[in-house]
Write a protein that binds this ligand. Sequence first.
Ligand SMILES: Nc1ncnc2c1ncn2[C@@H]1O[C@H](COP(=O)(O)OP(=O)(O)OP(=O)(O)O)[C@@H](O)[C@H]1O
Ligand SMILES: O=P(O)(O)OC[C@H]1O[C@H](OP(=O)(O)OP(=O)(O)O)[C@H](O)[C@@H]1O
Ligand SMILES: [Mg+2]
Length: 299
Amino acid sequence: MKPRDRLRIAVQKSGRLSEVSQDLLARCGLKFRHSRDKLFCFGESLAIDLLLVRDDDIPGLIADGVCDLGIVGRNVLAEQQAALQSREAVVPFRELLPLGFGRCRLSIAIPQELDYAEPSSLQGLRIATTYPALTAQWLQQAGVTAKVVVLSGSVEIAPKLGTADAICDLVSSGATLQANQLREVAGILDSEAVLAAAPGLPPDERGELQELLLRRIEGVIQVRESKLVLLQTTRAALAGVTRLLPPGQQPTVTSIEGSADDVALQAVCHGAITWQHLEDMRRAGARHMLVLPVEKMLA
Ligand SMILES: Nc1ncnc2c1ncn2[C@@H]1O[C@H](COP(=O)(O)OP(=O)(O)OP(=O)(O)O)[C@@H](O)[C@H]1O
Ligand SMILES: O=P(O)(O)OC[C@H]1O[C@H](OP(=O)(O)OP(=O)(O)O)[C@H](O)[C@@H]1O
Ligand SMILES: [Mg+2]
């Protein structure tokens, strides 16, 4: 293969992860010129190019050295990893960083009327899936013998068609399962989009670019999950209110002009701040609470 000095990232061409993946890279300051066939995008702001592909091809492109990085569901990465492990082959890719979108889980589901107590309830059944290696690995670890029926899509319909007794498929809201009168009985894998890479850092300038991009992605994720909380409370209630805040930086507390008892608090918190959080803090003595998004952060 021709040596490359530019870093190359594979992302899904069209599907659930494509827009969010490209949006994440844009937030990292990457700008691209799209080729006419729209499969290759030349990086104009940094020596980082994009390849737009089917998500299933991403681990293989990294393994073959065609791409250095990829944005792909953990489910896809783990399936191909399990397939290689079952043949005792080397796994030439790894998960570098979870990206916090495309969250779903790979689960076993059975027709609503079927009994299920534990994995052994699946003994002797036929399980339809697009994830044969992960399903087989889970069954083996549970000590269950069942037949894995490989389908390329529309897995949820298999029990109704009589081609399988149960399924192993991705679940997010559970609406697809419900529409097909299926119920989730066991979780196999929690998934989200991840940044995948080859096992080692590229030995040339691409290695530095990879590190730079990783730091920028971490920064973007941190900002995305950070909120600025402003509130007022009394000195007496301050400790109780502060304890209820999600983890984050040490809050700044200032006194309020003309009031000996009241203080204003400002805190950058990481993670979601729900209505429940606000109601709990109100009960603990917080007032005038404001939750604001953070746009950029530099320590
Ligand atoms: N219901 C869901 N909710 C959230 N994330 C999901 C859901 N279903 C799938 N995903 C995640 O999004 C990824 C891409 O899903 P998509 O349906 O676009 O894949 P695909 O049909 O295999 O696409 P491709 O054409 O690239 O092969 C999945 O591998 C998974 O990680
Ligand atoms: O629990 P839910 O929120 O209903 O999501 C689960 C469904 O989402 C995915 O399919 P998708 O909609 O991407 O269709 P596809 O399998 O045809 O790509 C997955 O394969 C499930 O069928
Ligand atoms: Mg696919």
